[in-house]
Design a protein around this ligand. Structure first.
Ligand SMILES: [Zn+2]
Length: 213
């Protein structure tokens, strides 16, 4: 794909917009939209603890920044090279192997960041009251691994825990519905990230099974 279109924004923000969309619509809908349902070919991009199918992500990034496209519009290696040039870590995870290749990242590479963008996607109303009610228990420990922020960080960690919607809010299709305290799980930051790995929600009981002490 030729990118002769004038670049009004840094491309990193296109990728970030694509990531937001992935988190909102979920893994399967994202692949339907940008890869015509084709499963990712072992090439993933990892960012802030979430794995994204790299080729579909680049198709989505181009769609946000230049023109609507799908993974058929360019070669996998092309998309990968663009993502790596922007400083993202892309790796290959072939089935049945533990080999993960991390990209060579140029630490001196610079991209401008920090400009304000107006985003329309991914803003779901959350209730601070229900979160506060869920946290009104003691001791405040991760329901998966028992991590206690206060025990580890002392005063700094007192009262800290993350609230996880057992059924993701985006399953509500943009409609408001009541949340009960029991609909929330209290998780440490690590377990919370793991619960959202690969854009799908891993159940709390299943996370416990993954845990290796
Ligand atoms: Zn935990």
């Amino acid at each position: 794909m030729e990118l002769s279109v004038e670049e009004s924004r840094p491309r990193r923000s296109w990728v970030e917009d694509a990531m937001s969309e992935f988190r909102v619509i979920g893994h399967d809908a994202f692949l339907d939209k940008y890869a015509k349902g084709t499963p990712p070919r072992w090439v993933y991009l990892v960012h802030e603890g979430i794995e994204y199918p790299a080729k579909a992500l680049w198709a989505a990034a181009l769609s946000h920044g230049v023109t609507p496209t799908t993974t058929r519009g360019f070669k996998t290696g092309q998309g990968r090279a663009e993502l790596e040039r922007l400083g993202f870590i892309v790796f290959t995870e072939r089935p049945g192997s533990d080999i993960i290749r991390e990209a060579q990242v140029d630490l001196d590479q610079m991209e401008s960041e920090g400009e304000r963008h107006i985003r329309e996607i991914g803003v779901l109303k959350r209730s601070a009251a229900i979160v506060a009610a869920a946290k009104r228990r003691s001791p405040l420990k991760c329901e998966v691994c028992d991590f206690d922020f206060e025990q580890t960080y002392g005063e700094l960690g007192r009262g800290y825990i993350e609230c996880h919607h057992i059924e993701p809010l985006n399953y509500r299709g943009g409609n408001s519905a009541p949340t009960r305290v029991g609909d929330l799980a209290l998780l440490c930051a690590n377990c919370h990230r793991m619960a959202h790995r690969k854009g799908q929600v891993v159940a709390v009981e299943d996370l416990r099974k993954h845990l290796r002490k």
